[in-house]
Design a binder for this molecule. Sequence first.
Ligand SMILES: [Fe+2]
Ligand SMILES: [Fe+2]
Length: 197
Amino acid sequence: MLQVEVLRDLAARVLSEERFNHTLKVADWAEELARHHGVDPVKARCAGLVHDLAKEIPLNNQLRFARRWNLLKYPEDEQSPYVLHGSVAAYWLEHYYGLDDVEVLAAVANHTLGRPGMGQLEMLIYSADLTEADRDFPKVDFLRQSLYDNLEKGTLACVEHTLRYLRESKRPIHPLTQLTFEDLQRRQNVGTGSKNA
Ligand SMILES: [Fe+2]
Ligand SMILES: [Fe+2]
């Protein structure tokens, strides 16, 4: 069973005050979007509360855990270990804290990079992380509105924004994020092909 209070206390205990505050903002925004889009708001809140649970573990230890738990999937995972904290947190929650909700675990695991075929809860947490109330960048209001209007289109806009940011700041692009972008784009086009036929 999902217990919001238990997960909230866990996050408060494990995280710095600043990151815990970010966590609360993600949980609030994810819950609001979930209610609006007919997604389970308790799951959204729970996933928001614990999504960054492993983020403050030193990177070399995250890498050690990821190796031990067999979470490394791409060479890029080792080159940029900061992408690992989602899957490390999900493993930790499942195996050490008995969290057994597969949707919440997937949303936590995939919040940093996305994955092709994301479900609604995964899209919610990925996008709420980028656009929670304290985030402040020029396009953030546009992204919030797109997420409100259409979760899948809004998430596509969030992934596109992230890819542009990575390109402009000359940072590496993880193959999963590129695949997520292509998948969401394809999903937008499903059913519209007949217009051009
Ligand atoms: Fe994160
Ligand atoms: Fe986060």
